[in-house]
Design a protein around this ligand. Structure first.
Ligand SMILES: C[S@@+](CC[C@H](N)C(=O)[O-])C[C@H]1O[C@@H](n2cnc3c(N)ncnc32)[C@H](O)[C@@H]1O
Length: 259
């Protein structure tokens, strides 16, 4: 996969894309990432890529032409003649795992990072295919949002993760939150690893994990559960989890340990 990022802060994106899973994927040639600075396409000696807002008010806006020329260069370099950008923006559709999976299947992404008040609306109308938000809050620039997209999409590329199964077990991939995980030591002042995980009984472990995953989703994200379309076996496991949870809550309350 190739990802081109149009940004006023290429170093920011480069430093995020250099480390961890994405960094290793780049080194191994599994993902290609290039950055493009609109200032390199400015028409004046000041390398201006922004100007004041029409209508007055605070702040500046990113200008059309440096962005347009940057996009033209991306198109030439990547061979995608009509490629449009994905603008990371608080006004876009909120990113979720389903969207990440759809983006991960593409061969090429062009990410546009805004700064200041954002990007001239005419550029968005003509050169942006969609807007993606990383959440209902405002960042000072799109670089962090682009780094999120790159990381989430990058780790799903074939051969990037050591164990491809680990992505399939992560939260959201089956519409549920992931189960709890434990590592050594088995016995610790802060608790003991659930016995089933050290039993070697793979069927029992899979059952326990599914039950925890369902229970966590019920406790923390009931909205996901409504859309998950549970089968009969999953519904039975969730009922079991709820019964046990209610018994524990009652017990803790009666013994005063929940306070
Ligand atoms: C200060 S923000 C501009 C916010 C804009 N005036 C608005 O209220 O919609 C500057 C840039 O940060 C990026 N950004 C801010 N919040 C974001 C979010 N939640 N998701 C994705 N990008 C975001 C966008 O690229 C945006 O152009």
């Amino acid at each position: 996969m190739r990802i081109d990022v149009i940004t006023l802060f290429p170093d920011f994106v480069e430093s995020c894309a250099k480390v961890g899973v994405v960094g290793r994927a780049r080194e191994r040639g599994l993902i290609e990432i290039a950055t493009w600075n609109p200032r390199d396409f400015a028409s004046d000696n000041y390398r201006s890529a922004d100007d004041r807002c029409y209508g007055g008010g605070p702040g500046v806006v990113m200008m059309i032409d440096p962005l347009r020329k940057a996009l033209d260069s991306v198109r030439r370099a990547s061979g995608s003649e009509h490629g449009k950008a994905i603008y990371v923006s608080p006004q876009g559709a909120r990113l979720d795992q389903a969207k990440v999976e759809a983006l991960a299947k593409r061969d090429h992404l062009i990410l546009l990072c805004g700064r200041y008040e954002g990007v001239d609306e005419r550029f968005i109308e003509h050169a942006v295919e969609e807007e993606i938000s990383v959440g209902d809050y405002v960042l000072s620039g799109g670089e962090l949002a682009a780094a999120i997209v790159i990381d989430a999409v990058g780790r799903l590329q074939d051969g990037v993760l050591h164990d491809a199964q680990s992505a399939q077990q992560d939260s959201f991939s089956d519409g549920l939150l992931d189960c709890p995980h434990y590592t050594r030591p088995e016995h610790h002042d802060w608790g003991v690893v659930p016995a089933v995980l050290t039993s070697g009984d793979h069927a029992a472990i899979a059952r326990w994990r599914m039950k925890q995953s369902l229970g966590r989703t019920w406790l923390r994200r009931p909205d996901l559960l409504e859309q998950a379309g549970l089968d009969k076996k999953q519904r039975a496991l969730l009922d079991e989890f709820r019964r046990e949870h209610e018994e524990k809550t009652t017990h803790d309350r009666d013994s005063g340990s929940g306070e």
